[in-house]
Design a protein around this ligand. Structure first.
Ligand SMILES: Nc1ncnc2c1ncn2[C@@H]1O[C@H](COP(=O)(O)OP(=O)(O)OP(=O)(O)O)[C@@H](O)[C@H]1O
Ligand SMILES: [Mg+2]
Length: 223
C-alpha cells in the first residue's frame, strides 16, 4: 500500500483556539477517507494545511512522500496543480462565469489543451451536462457543489480533498456524489478524502478518521 498523505504532529493555533493539537495521520493511495468531526473540530483547518493553503505552527505534511512545506513556492504551486484537487466548503466558484468556464478555470490558467472527452465524462457523471452553459449564480447549492467537484477533478489529481462535499445536498444527491467519488476513485486511481460532520456519510469510507477538539480521536480502517 502506497502512502499518499502522512502528517506528523501537526499543530495549528489561532490565538486562544487550538484548532489542531498534534494530528498524525497516514492515508493510503486509492482509499476513500472520511474525516468526521463536529463543527469546530478542525476539519477545514486540516484540509487547508494538506492543500498548502495555510502553514502549520508545528509538524510536517508529506504528500506522495514530499514534504510540502519544504518545497519552493513555485515547485509547490506546480505540485499542487497536478496532484491535488480541492472542493471548498463554500465552493469558491466565480458566480458570473458559466459552469464550464469555472470547471476549466484551472486548465485555462495553464493554457493547456482541454481534454474534451474527460470534461464530458465529468459533466455527465456529475449530472451537470445540461447546466454547462448556465451562469453559476443562477444555480442551486447542490448544482454549485457538483460544479465545484468537477473543477477539482479537471486536472486529474491523485488526491482529492473535499470539504463537506455533501453538506448542501439532499439525501438523493448525497448518495449520487458519494457513489460518484467511489466510481471516480476506481476509474482514475484517486484517493478521496472528505470532511464531514455526518456519520451516515463517513461510514461509506474505507478509512475513518474522527477529529475531536483538534485531535485524532479514532483512526480505523473498514475494508
Ligand atoms: N482564521 C481563523 N481565525 C481564528 N480561528 C479560526 C480560524 N479558522 C478556524 N478557526 C477556529 O479553529 C477551530 C477549527 O475550525 P475549523 O474551521 O477547522 O473547523 P471545522 O471542523 O471545519 O468546522 P465546520 O464543521 O463548522 O466547518 C474553530 O474553533 C474555529 O473557530
Ligand atoms: Mg469546516
Amino acid at each position: 500500500m502506497r502512502t499518499i498523505v502522512k502528517t506528523e504532529n501537526v499543530k495549528k493555533f489561532y490565538e486562544q483556539t487550538k484548532a489542531l493539537q498534534g494530528v498524525s495521520i497516514t492515508v493510503h493511495a486509492n482509499d476513500f477517507i472520511a474525516v468526521l468531526g463536529k463543527s469546530g473540530s478542525g476539519k477545514t483547518t486540516l484540509f487547508h494545511i494538506l492543500d498548502g493553503l495555510i502553514q502549520p505552527d508545528e509538524g510536517s505534511v508529506c504528500i506522495t512522500g514530499k514534504d510540502i512545506f519544504r518545497m519552493k513556492k513555485r515547485e509547490f504551486i506546480e505540485f499542487r496543480r497536478t496532484h491535488i484537487g480541492y472542493v471548498f466548503q463554500d465552493f469558491k466558484l466565480i458566480s458570473e462565469f458559466s459552469a464550464v468556464d469555472n470547471i476549466l478555470f484551472p486548465v485555462d490558467l495553464d493554457h493547456e489543451k482541454v481534454d474534451e472527452f474527460y470534461l464530458e465524462l465529468l459533466l455527465k457523471e456529475l449530472d451537470i451536462y445540461h447546466l454547462k452553459d448556465r451562469i453559476v449564480k443562477t444555480m442551486s447549492g447542490g448544482e454549485k457543489q457538483r460544479v465545484a467537484i468537477a473543477r477539482a477533478l479537471i486536472n486529474k489529481p491523485e488526491l482529492v480533498l473535499a470539504d463537506e462535499p455533501t453538506g448542501n445536498l439532499d439525501s438523493y444527491n448525497t448518495e449520487m456524489v458519494l457513489n460518484l467519488f467511489v466510481r471516480l476513485k476506481k476509474m482514475f486511481s484517486l484517493t478521496v478524502m472528505i470532511a464531514t460532520h455526518d456519520y451516515a456519510v463517513a461510514k461509506r469510507a474505507d478509512h475513518l478518521i474522527v477529529l475531536q477538539d483538534g485531535k485524532v480521536q479514532r483512526d480505523v480502517y473498514d475494508k
